[in-house]
Each structure stands twice: as structure tokens, then as C-alpha cells.
Design a protein around this ligand. Structure first.
Ligand code: C2E
Ligand code: MG
Ligand code: MG
Length: 752
């Protein structure tokens, strides 16, 4: 504003007016257009100027805004209006809401919410009796205004939107702001009966506000026509000169009774007004019902019977849309008009049943790929059925899930019915929870009868102890375990089962159940036994042949020489030869004795290092004699091995014996102890003797094949057998004229 002498003067005067308390508050009632009762008051400021008399707000409000004087002025208005309301309440006047106008500047006052709260406290007024009027222009800064309004609402104060329709009328913010009332601007009201456009605007504002659940106030009601028009359009509250001019509090009170008579005397009768309100409520309920019908997930319909035909009179819901139908295709039509014929006849039967009076006639239907369940019930008027109501629920998803379930169930059934694995689940006590159908095939009895029994009821008594040990170790280690035991077949024979037992723990870590998956290995076991037996037989057979052969050779020689000796020629030479052949026979026999040596010496823990030293000691003299150096290396802390000591000694002696024999002209024999994989050790014997060719290596395990010129070859076979019974391995590598390397691998600890 341009600074002039006048404006400077006005500012000074306004300041003085505040100090000298020249402002007055006038009050204008707000009347309920149904009952005529005064339900609210608007506080309007006046300036009692010493010279100019009563100055209306239009002449100083905007100036007070610009100078900031509106802040102290606004606080004065609030304080005065609140304490006036409190006074009226105390005086016993019927409760009313006091409206106070807020200016934009006040909205930007940093502590507005606090100030309002403070003033309410000081005047001891319940916040529900205070209403603040804001204007549309204040909505421009949406975020800020929204914050302030929310703060005010939290206090419990009501908000009303003044002069609606004149300002920044964006309908978008209306439902976002916490607004309780809309005041239709007086410019629309005054001409609402004369000007059809204004009438239309007023009507639509009322409808919209109702839709938003806000109360509508019409300001500037000046005539009876205005009143009736607004009543007819069910506007709730009214304000204007027709009821009362704004007046000072003490002048207004005497008119209260008179004011409250205006609506009953001048307006439409309360009965008509109420009927109209009812009508409107009915209409809005109908609208709401329609919306609900349309928005419902399912579908609701009504049919009536006309000339033996069932005609749809109502149908709506999202299910109908999903079926690809519109209300137009259904309403006024029969089933056969929109449904495929094959379903019509059946559904008509259900319709007849409901028409006969049966409640909840239910059927499942399908339309355009949508599955639904319909429930029909008769609509009665007294004893007469006058329609059928049907409600449908979409079950397509359910149907899909069901199909998938049946599918997976049948797959699962095929598997469980055809598998040969024996599956059992046991609870923590060992009771059978589930037992697979395969038990019937493998063990011959119906598994059902065993549910609830102890799992051990089926097991061979000799295997129960072992099974128990395994059970406890599974619980302790929480790891699954493999075990072999025997099950009783229904015929009484025993079935050997190899099973994996796995524990399943709950979230607290406690055993929930055990899953046992077993396989019948009876046949495999029998086959293995047979194979072993036949292998043994073949070996014996082979041995018998070889022994016969080996013995026949020297025997033939002896026989020949003895015959020659009988003739009496060159006796000493013959005797020498015969003795050699007898020695050979002795060799064969001693090798056999080795084979027959007791194999079941007790197993015990043996320190291998000590054992090797003892064996090396045995060969010490012979090595010295043949210029052979024996070296022992030990790179590894050797734990004890669990073995038959004399057998292992026998193996090592045999290997060393061969090594020394491979070095007729001297050389080196090394023995090395190596760690293998944490569970095994490796004892390596290396010599740099004449070695063996590949063919010889291949045949080394065969009976009577010897690396030496003499001997039976039984030695290697025996060594292999011994190492095998210790769950170990023997590996030989050799190169002609380079040497031979023998690795003996043995398990550490108990091994088995
Ligand atoms: P408003 O809040 O829309 O107030 C209604 C105005 O219409 C009042 O004018 C009132 O006297 C007048 N009025 C009421 N019924 C009728 C009617 O039937 N016919 C006609 N022609 N007029 C009617 P008033 O008191 O001159 O106030 C004018 C404006 O000044 C108010 O409009 C309001 O915006 C502002 N105002 C008044 N008091 C305060 C106040 O304390 N603080 C602030 N910030 N603004 C105020
Ligand atoms: Mg106002
Ligand atoms: Mg107004």
C-alpha cells in the first residue's frame, strides 16, 4: 500500500483504538433451517470511532492485515468471543458454536495453534464451542494450511470454509482438508430464487457438501423465498438479515425467542422439511446401496416369476463384470438369454425350488471360465413368494488350488504306492506316526495296523540294542545315521534293511520326529555271501590245482632221481638234487602254514613306529651283509593303529624281504611314515632294486606267481588279505632297473 498521510494517520488511529479499546464485537446468529433454533453465532468486528462513529470491518481489516495489526486485533476478537460464549453458557442459554473469522496473516502467525489453545484455557471454554472461519484463498499454500488446520483440529476446534464459491475453488482440496462446514457465499444466496444459475450453483454445492459429509451454511439469507429455497434443498444452517442483523451481545439476547420463531412461521412446515430430509436420506441410502451392489466382490441378483419365466430384475457386482456381463444383458432377461443352454435347465430347477420356498438352495456354476457358488433364497411378502434373491461368490481361485492339489496328491500317491523304500516316521518316543504303503509289498502286512506301535516291534530282537544306541546318538549329534537291521516279514522270515535315520527338530531344537528310509537289501546280502563263498571255492580250487602242480614237479624230479639211484649211479649228485627238491616242497608247505596261521589274534592298539623298528632290526644283519642301507623317515606324528600286531609284522617283513632280495648287489631301502587324510596313515617302502615290469606287476597278486626265482607267490596274496581285513589298502608301483615302491595304507584308531 502506498504510504500517504491518510494511511499513516489510519495506522496511528488503529493502534490507539487497540489501546483505548475502541473495537466492539457484534454477533449474528446461525439458525437451524429445520427447527429454527439458534445453533451458532458469528463474531463480527466493529470500530467505534470517536469522531466517525461505527466503522465496518471492510474499511480497516485489509489495512490491519498489511500493517500486522491484525495479529493483536485478532487475538482480542478471539478472547472476547470466547469469554462471551462462556458467559452465555454459564447464563444457561442453549449451547451454541461461536464462529471467529481468521485472516491469512493470522494463519502464518508462528504460534497460532498455541495461542488459540491458550485463549481457550484462559476463558475456560470447551474447544468444541469454537469454530474458526477461513477462506478459500488460504488454501493456496496447501501444505502449510493443512498443518495448521490439523493442529487446530487436534485442539478440538471446528473449521468452517467461509465465502465458498468466490475464491480459489479447487474441489480437490476439499476432502483433503479437515473442514466441518461450508458457508455458501451470500452473493449466490441473495439471488438464488431470481437467478436459475445461482440456484443451480447453490443446489450443487449442497449436494457436494453432503457427499463429503460436511454441514452447509447459507449466509446472506434476506428473504422468505431464500429461506424456503434453501429448506427445499435441505441446507442445514442459515445466517442473514432475515433472521437478525449482527448486534452487540446485550442487544441480541432479547430477540432470541423472536428469532427462533422465524423458521416455524415463515418456512415450510417442520413435517414437510423432515419428510424431505427423509426422502433425501433414502435417496442417498439408495445411492449407497447401488454403489455397494456394484462394488461388491461377488454378485447379487433378484429374479421374479412372470408367466412361468424367471426374469432378472436386478443384477450387479464385480463378479458379474468378471463374467463379462453387463446389467443391460441381464436385467429384464431370462437365463437362456445370456447363458449357454446346457446350464439353463439345471439352474431353472434350482430357481423352482427356491420359488417353492426352500431357503439356501446352493449350486456351483461356471461362466466364461469363472467358477462361482450361488445361494438362492425366496423373498416373501407374507406367505407369498414374490421373488428370489441370489448371491454368488467367485470360487475360481479355490477351484484352481483344488485342481493343483488333486494333481499333486495323485502324483504323490503314485510315488508312495509304487516305491519300494520303506518310509516310517516315528515320534520322540519311537511310536510309529506314519508307515508307507510299501511295507505291505516288502513285509507283507498292511502298514495301517502298525500306526501307534513302537517302531521296534517290527525289528529283530538282536538288532534292537544297536538300534537304540543309534537312536540316542542321533538325538545327541542331531545328525542322520545309516544302520542295518532286520525286519520281520509276515511269513516269519527276516528281511535285512539298510536304513537312513534322520531327525527332524522343532524351532526350539527339540526332536519332533524321526524319518526312517529303509531299503530291502536281503537279496543283495545273500548275493554277496554267495559271491564270497564261490570266490573262496574258486580260490581253493585254484590253489588245489596249483599245489598239485607245484608238488608234482619236485615229486617227479625226486621220483626220477630215486629210480636212478636205485640203479646205483652218481649217487651224491642225485642226493643233492633230491634234497633241493625236498627243500622246495618244504618252502611250499611253510607258505601254506603261514596262510593257515591263526588269523584271529586279538586286535590291539599298536605304535607303528616301534613295530617297524622291530621289523627293520630283524633284517639288520642281512642288510649289512649285502651292503644295503636301511633308512627310516618319519615326517608325521603317528597315532596308534588298531591291528593284529603279528599279522602286520608279517606283512612288513614280507615287503622288506622282497626289497632286500631285489638288491643282490647292495642299495638303499627306505621306510617312510606319512599321514594320509586324517583317518589313515601310509607306510611307504622304497628300494632301488631291479624292479618289475608291468606284466609282472599285474600278476603279482596271483597264486604261485613269484617275483623271485623260487617261492610260491603266496606271500603277496597273504599280505593283501591281511591288509584288507584291517580295512586298509596295499599299492605297488615298480619300474624295471629303477626300483619298487610299496604303500601300505591303514586306518587310524578302531577303523571299523
Ligand atoms: P463474513 O465473515 O463473510 O461475514 C458476513 C458479512 O455479511 C458480515 O459483514 C455481515 O454483517 C454481512 N451480512 C450478514 N447477513 C447479511 C445479509 O443478509 N445481507 C448482507 N448484505 N450482508 C449480510 P461485516 O460484518 O461487514 O463483515 C465483513 C467481513 O469482514 C466478514 O465477512 C469478514 O470477512 C470480515 N470480518 C468481520 N469481522 C472480522 C474479524 O473479527 N476478523 C477478521 N479477520 N475479519 C472479520
Ligand atoms: Mg465469516
Ligand atoms: Mg462470508
Amino acid at each position: 500500500m502506498e504510504l500517504t498521510y491518510e494511511t499513516m494517520q489510519l495506522e496511528l488511529e488503529l493502534k490507539r483504538a487497540l489501546e483505548q479499546e475502541e473495537f466492539r464485537l457484534y454477533y449474528q446468529p446461525k439458525v437451524n433451517l429445520g427447527t429454527g433454533k439458534i445453533e451458532g453465532m458469528e463474531a463480527l468486528i466493529r470500530w467505534e470511532h470517536p469522531d466517525k462513529g461505527l466503522v465496518p470491518p471492510i474499511e480497516f481489516i485489509s489495512f490491519a492485515e498489511e500493517t500486522g495489526l491484525i495479529i493483536p486485533m485478532g487475538e482480542w476478537v478471539l478472547r472476547t468471543a470466547c469469554s462471551q460464549t462462556k458467559k452465555w453458557l454459564k447464563a444457561g442459554l442453549s449451547p451454541m458454536v461461536m464462529s471467529v473469522n481468521l485472516s491469512v496473516r493470522q494463519l502464518y502467525q508462528p504460534n497460532l495453534v498455541e495461542r488459540v489453545n491458550q485463549i481457550l484455557k484462559e476463558s475456560e471454554l470447551d474447544p468444541k464451542y469454537l469454530e474458526l472461519e477461513i477462506t478459500e484463498s488460504m488454501m493456496m499454500d496447501q501444505e502449510h494450511t493443512l498443518d495448521i488446520l490439523k493442529g487446530l483440529k487436534r485442539l478440538g476446534v471446528q473449521i468452517s470454509l467461509d465465502d465458498f464459491g468466490t475464491g480459489y475453488s479447487s474441489l480437490h482440496y476439499l476432502h483433503e482438508f479437515p473442514i466441518d462446514k461450508i458457508k455458501i457465499d451470500q452473493s449466490f444466496i441473495r439471488k438464488c430464487t431470481a437467478n436459475p444459475e445461482n440456484a443451480a450453483i447453490v443446489k450443487s454445492i449442497i449436494t457436494m457438501a453432503r457427499g463429503l459429509k460436511m454441514i452447509v451454511v447459507a449466509e446472506g439469507i434476506e428473504t422468505k423465498d431464500n429461506l424456503i429455497f434453501l429448506q427445499n434443498h435441505s441446507c442445514q444452517l442459515g445466517q442473514g438479515y432475515f433472521f437478525s442483523m449482527p448486534l452487540p451481545a446485550e442487544e441480541l439476547i432479547p430477540y432470541f425467542v423472536q428469532i427462533e420463531q422465524i423458521v416455524p412461521q415463515e418456512g415450510i412446515s417442520p413435517k414437510t422439511y423432515n419428510e424431505m430430509l427423509m426422502q433425501q436420506a433414502l435417496e442417498s441410502t439408495r445411492q449407497e446401496l447401488h454403489t455397494i451392489m456394484k462394488q461388491q466382490q461377488g454378485m447379487t441378483f433378484k429374479v421374479i416369476k412372470e408367466k412361468e419365466r424367471f426374469i432378472y430384475t436386478l443384477c450387479d457386482g464385480r463378479l458379474m463384470q468378471r463374467m463379462g456381463l453387463t446389467s443391460d444383458q441381464v436385467i429384464g432377461k431370462e437365463l437362456k438369454d445370456f447363458m449357454p443352454l446346457e446350464g439353463v435347465e439345471e439352474k431353472t430347477k434350482y430357481f423352482h425350488r427356491a420359488w417353492e420356498g426352500e431357503e439356501n438352495v446352493t449350486y456351483v456354476g461356471e461362466f466364461n471360465g469363472v467358477y462361482y457358488i450361488t445361494s438362492l433364497s425366496p423373498i416373501r411378502n407374507g406367505n407369498q413368494v414374490e421373488g428370489i434373491i441370489g448371491s454368488c461368490v467367485d470360487v475360481t481361485e479355490l477351484k484352481k488350488v483344488n485342481e493343483a492339489l488333486t494333481l499333486s496328491e495323485s502324483k504323490y500317491r503314485i510315488i508312495t504306492e509304487n516305491m519300494l523304500e520303506l518310509v516310517v516316521t516315528l515320534d520322540a518316543e519311537g511310536k510309529i506316526l506314519y508307515i508307507s504303503p510299501s511295507h505291505e509289498k516288502v513285509l507283507g502286512y498292511s502298514p495301517k495296523i502298525y500306526e501307534g506301535y513302537l517302531g521296534s516291534d517290527l525289528v529283530h530282537p538282536e538288532d534292537i540294542a544297536n538300534l537304540r544306541t543309534v537312536y540316542y546318538s542321533i538325538i545327541e549329534s542331531k545328525a542322520s545315521c545309516q544302520i542295518e537291521y532286520r525286519y520281520r516279514h509276515v511269513r516269519g522270515e527276516w528281511i535285512t534293511v539298510e536304513a537312513q535315520i534322520s531327525p527332524v527338530f522343532d524351532e526350539k531344537g527339540e526332536l519332533e520326529y524321526l524319518i526312517v528310509v529303509g531299503r530291502n537289501i536281503t537279496k543283495r546280502k545273500k548275493d554277496e555271501e554267495l559271491k564270497q563263498k564261490s570266490e573262496r571255492l574258486t580260490a581253493i580250487h585254484q590253489m588245489a590245482l596249483s599245489v598239485a602242480h607245484e608238488i608234482r614237479n619236485p615229486l617227479t624230479t625226486i621220483k626220477g632221481f630215486v629210480q636212478l639211484m636205485k640203479k646205483g649211479s652218481e649217487t651224491p649228485f642225485y642226493i643233492e638234487t633230491v634234497l633241493n627238491e625236498v627243500k622246495r616242497l618244504e618252502g611250499i608247505v611253510s607258505d601254506f602254514l603261514l596262510l593257515a596261521e591263526p588269523q584271529n589274534d586279538p586286535f590291539k592298539e599298536v605304535d607303528v613306529t616301534v613295530l617297524i623298528h622291530q621289523v627293520l632290526e630283524k633284517f639288520h644283519a642281512k642288510a649289512l651283509l649285502n651292503n644295503i642301507k636301511m633308512i627310516m623317515r618319519n615326517d608325521f606324528e603317528i597315532p596308534a593303529i588298531y591291528c593284529n600286531e603279528s599279522q602286520i609284522k608279517q606283512v612288513f617283513s614280507h615287503i622288506l624281504q622282497n626289497a632286500l632280495e631285489a638288491l643282490p648287489n647292495g642299495g638303499i631301502v627306505k621306510v617312510q611314515l606319512l599321514g594320509q587324510d586324517g583317518h589313515h596313515i601310509k607306510i611307504r617302502f622304497i628300494d632301488n632294486g631291479y624292479g618289475m615290469s608291468e606284466e609282472r606287476l599285474k600278476k603279482i597278486g596271483e597264486l604261485f606267481y613269484s617275483t623271485k626265482e623260487k617261492g610260491t607267490g603266496l606271500g603277496f596274496m597273504i599280505c593283501q588279505k591281511i591288509i584288507q581285513t584291517h580295512n586298509g589298502k596295499m599299492e605297488i608301483k615298480s619300474k624295471v632297473n629303477k626300483g619298487t615302491m610299496v604303500d601300505v595304507i591303514l586306518p587310524i584308531g578302531k577303523g571299523k
